[in-house]
Ligand binder design. Structure first.
Ligand SMILES: Cc1ncc(COP(=O)(O)O)c(C=O)c1O
Length: 286
């Protein structure tokens, strides 16, 4: 298995990362995940832009240009024969000795970049059947717009949902739904789609941007407006979106059915529109 380590493609076993790396010590770093279909990246520019933007927000610079990174990523999926799968990219601040919360000048220590690939076929059955969710308080920090590798708030929420036998956690702050533990949250009421506006409380999902674009183009009413956990009880449809799950129906919340308790027509339409957008960039999905 080949990986990217800084600006080279190497065997995974060759990678050496210092235990004093600030990514390991402080979760001082950022990441992004981009998906490939048919061996071609979908929305690569958007993901690379977001990685650079996350890095800039924590005063880090990547050790290459956006173009160089895109070339490296394309070479990586070719070398690993990735047809449909995900590429995980991570940038950490590098070695921090002596240990100090405050970070040193970025010119003094080189950051560490890695990227790995995983083959993940589309799970059409799951996308047809949907998933279940559990509502959990959003205990994360107030810069959720940064795709930070510090994910304790997210993983604890998802674990809570799993303990309740559910697939995903829907997060709320004082009753207002922000997003899910690893996806954006959406609700449909009277044929209008609602999702939380971008800002510091959610990750600006690339899938969210694409879904908003295709929905608006198709004339489906969309509002980037907050909604509450009370609204969820009366929603016609609810779904989650992310690079890896696309538009995923949520059929049950806290054990209660959403609408009819199965995928609804608006989510189904969005799934079709999303596939069309993927096919425009990556060719027909088999
Ligand atoms: C907390 C959170 N929100 C939203 C998303 C969806 O982002 P994207 O559509 O760019 O994958 C993710 C994806 O990992 C996430 O972790």
């Amino acid at each position: 298995m080949k990986v990217i380590w800084n600006n080279e493609i190497v065997e995974r076993s060759e990678v050496k990362i210092d235990m004093e790396d600030r990514g390991y010590q402080f979760a001082d770093g950022v990441y992004d995940v981009v998906r490939a279909y048919n061996g071609k990246f979908f929305t690569l520019n958007e993901h690379v832009d977001r990685l650079f933007s996350s890095a800039e927000k924590i005063e880090m610079a990547l050790p290459f240009t956006k173009e160089e990174l895109k070339q490296l990523l394309s070479k990586l999926i070719q070398e690993n024969n990735i047809d449909t799968g995900n590429v995980y990219m991570q940038l950490t601040r590098g070695i921090g000795i002596p240990r100090n919360h405050s970070y040193p000048d970025s010119e003094l220590i080189p950051p560490v970049f890695t990227a790995t690939t995983t083959i993940v076929p589309r799970d059409q059955t799951k996308m047809d059947q949907g998933i279940t969710a559990f509502i959990v308080p959003d205990m994360r920090w107030l810069r959720c717009d940064i795709k930070s590798i510090s994910l304790l708030g997210n993983i604890m929420a998802k674990h809570e949902a799993h303990k309740k036998g559910c697939d995903e956690a829907i997060l709320h702050r004082d009753g207002v739904v922000t997003e899910c533990s690893s996806s954006n949250a959406w609700m449909i009421k009277n044929d209008t789609i609602y999702t939380h506006p971008d800002g510091n409380l959610i990750l600006p999902g690339i899938t969210k941007i694409m879904l908003l674009k295709v929905a608006r183009k198709a004339g489906i009413p969309v509002k980037e407006e907050v909604f509450t956990i009370k609204d969820l009880e009366e929603a016609d449809e609810v779904f989650a979106s992310s690079t890896t799950i696309e538009a995923m129906p949520i059929t049950h919340i806290n054990g209660n059915p959403v609408g009819q308790g199965k995928r609804g027509p608006v989510v189904e339409k969005l799934q079709q529109l999303y596939v069309e957008a993927v096919e425009e960039q990556c060719g027909q999905i088999r």
